[in-house]
Design a protein around this ligand. Structure first.
Ligand code: IPE
Ligand code: IPE
Ligand code: MG
Length: 255
């Protein structure tokens, strides 16, 4: 087992107790619609500008040496939006993969997609598979795209697989521990997020990485996602550096 997998097995985030650069930053990219409304523009324009903010975030993550960057781009609940907006968001994902995959690959970025693939249209699934396949051996930044993702749904799917294994006699109930659950999540082998950033001033989790954020630090930013830039990203990391991560134990300063 490599170091990354081992860390993932421990159910603790990938960083080193807040001392160094967070190994995994996960972002709830929120506020595209409000950004557009503020300017009298259609919501689509906010989403389009939001894709540009993703490109900036990827570049900054690479520069900072962050190992994993997860972006929440479509939640399992976002299907509740008007069909036109859902279709716009699907279109933008397709555009992003088609347009940016070569560039990401050139920069040694490994792309992973988490979330439910069943139910996605037949022109999206192969694109996601292709993005993962082409970049699978890359060793730079790991870009994790949470698409049609819901933390609860992910845990339910993992439970179903585990239940089938038990039924088929390949797993014993006694073997189920935190590591076994993690190994069945979409994020298997990805360390838990050290830092979760949410833009737009909302202070909630919205079904994002439910299991994995047990000990993550949260930074909430007032800016809308299309305005997210390097300075905001760096400020969020600076805020993270000030945190004292205890994981239920005592502060490093106290021992
Ligand atoms: C985030 O922006 C993008 C997605 C959730 C897909 P929103 O579309 O949620 O923008 P607001 O929250 O309505 O401003
Ligand atoms: C969370 O944002 C989902 C994504 C960023 C993809 P939402 O805008 O959907 O969340 P709520 O509805 O405000 O909680
Ligand atoms: Mg929103």
């Amino acid at each position: 087992m490599n170091g990354e997998a081992k860390r993932a097995m421990t159910a603790l985030p990938g960083g080193d107790a807040g001392q160094g650069m967070p190994a995994h930053v996960a972002i709830i990219m929120d506020g595209n619609g409000r950004w557009a409304a503020q300017r009298g523009l259609p919501r689509f324009e906010g989403h389009r500008r939001g894709v540009e903010a993703i490109r900036r975030a990827v570049r900054t993550a690479r520069e900072l040496g962050i190992r994993y960057l997860t972006v929440y781009s479509f939640s399992a609940e976002n299907w509740r939006r008007p069909p036109q907006e859902v279709s716009d968001l699907m279109g933008l994902l397709k555009l992003f993969v088609r347009h940016d995959l070569a560039d990401l690959h050139t920069h040694n970025v490994r792309v992973r997609i988490i979330g439910e693939r069943e139910g996605l249209s037949s022109d999206i699934r192969p694109l996601l598979d292709e993005a993962e396949h082409i970049t699978r051996d890359n060793t730079g930044l790991n870009l994790v795209i949470a698409f049609n993702y819901g933390g609860r749904q992910e845990i339910v799917r993992a439970m179903q697989v585990i239940a089938h294994k038990i039924k088929n006699g390949v797993l014993n109930p006694e073997d189920i521990d935190a590591a076994a659950v993690e190994a069945h999540l979409d994020t298997a082998e990805i360390p838990d997020p050290d830092l979760v950033i949410r833009t737009s001033g909302e202070q909630r989790v919205s079904n994002f990485l439910t299991w994995q954020t047990a000990y993550s630090e949260f930074v909430f930013i007032p800016d809308y996602w299309p305005d997210f830039d390097e300075a905001i990203f760096r400020a969020a990391i600076d805020e993270y550096f000030k945190r004292d991560r205890r994981f239920g134990g005592l502060s490093a300063k106290a021992v």
